[in-house]
Design a protein around this ligand. Structure first.
Ligand code: DGL
Length: 215
C-alpha cells in the first residue's frame, strides 16, 4: 500500500512520521510545496491552482490514498479536489467537535491559519459542534512561517498561549499541522490548565479504515 501525505511544508512530515510508525508495512510518500508557503494566507482559488497538479502527480505515482495533511487545504477546497480525483482523499480539519465536547468550562482555543479560520467549513464545524461554547482564535498567522524556517520565537508562542489560558480555555486545538512540531512546548505551557488536541491518532484511524475498504 502506498500512502501519500501532502502539505505545504513540514507539517506533512509530522503526519507522515506518525502514519509510518502506526503502519510500518505501508510505503509513505510525502509531497510539499515549500516554494509557495505559507498556504495559510492564500485564497481557496489560489490553493486550488497550486494543489491540483501536485495531487495529480501523487495519483499518477500510484498512491492508494492521499492524506491532505493541511487544515488550510482541507477546510477550503476538499470538495473541489474530491470531484477531480478518484483516489481517496483524507481531510485534516481542526478538532472542534472533540474539543467542544470535552471542555469542562465551555471555552476552547483553536490555533489555525487565517485562511482556515475564515473558511466556510471551519465556521460550519463551530456552528454545528461548538454551539454555546466560546471559541478563542489566537493570532497564529506567523507561526507556520517561523516553524518552517526553524526560527521559532518562543516568546510569541508563550504570549499567545498564555492569553488563551488566562481567558479560561481548557482545551487547545492544534489546527495546523505545522504546529505539531511545537506540541511539546504548548503542552508544557498549558500544563495543569488545558489539554492540547492534535489530529494524528484520528488521521491514523481514518487511514486504517479507508485502507480496509480498499483491500
Ligand atoms: N500546515 C498547514 C495547515 O495545516 C498550513 C501551513 C501554511 O500556512 O502553509 O494548515
Amino acid at each position: 500500500m502506498k500512502i501519500g501525505v501532502f502539505d505545504s511544508g513540514v507539517g506533512g512530515r509530522s503526519v507522515a512520521r506518525a502514519i509510518g510508525r502506526a503502519l510500518p508495512d505501508a510505503v509513505v510518500v510525502t509531497r510539499e510545496d515549500r516554494q509557495n508557503l505559507p498556504y495559510g494566507t492564500k485564497t481557496p482559488e489560489q490553493l486550488l491552482v497550486l494543489v491540483e497538479p501536485i495531487l495529480s502527480g501523487m495519483a499518477a505515482e500510484g498512491c492508494d490514498l492521499i492524506v491532505i495533511a493541511c487544515n488550510t487545504v482541507s477546510t477550503t477546497i476538499i470538495r473541489e479536489l474530491r470531484a477531480k480525483f478518484t483516489v481517496p482523499l483524507i481531510a485534516v480539519e481542526p478538532m472542534v467537535k472533540p474539543a467542544a465536547g470535552s471542555s469542562k468550562v465551555g471555552i476552547i482555543a483553536v490555533c489555525a491559519t487565517p485562511t482556515t479560520l475564515a473558511s466556510r467549513r471551519y465556521n460550519s464545524l463551530k456552528r454545528r459542534f461548538a454551539y454555546g461554547v466560546e471559541v478563542l482564535e489566537p493570532d497564529c498567522s506567523d507561526w507556520a512561517t517561523m516553524i518552517e524556517a526553524n526560527q521559532i520565537d518562543h516568546d510569541v508562542i508563550a504570549k499567545r498561549i498564555t492569553e488563551v489560558l488566562d481567558k479560561g480555555a481548557d482545551v487547545i486545538v492544534l489546527g495546523c499541522t505545522h504546529y505539531h512540531w511545537i506540541e511539546a512546548e504548548i503542552v508544557a505551557l498549558a500544563k495543569g490548565r488545558a489539554k492540547v488536541l492534535q489530529p494524528e491518532p484520528a488521521i491514523i484511524n481514518q487511514v486504517k479504515r479507508v485502507l480496509g475498504q480498499l483491500t
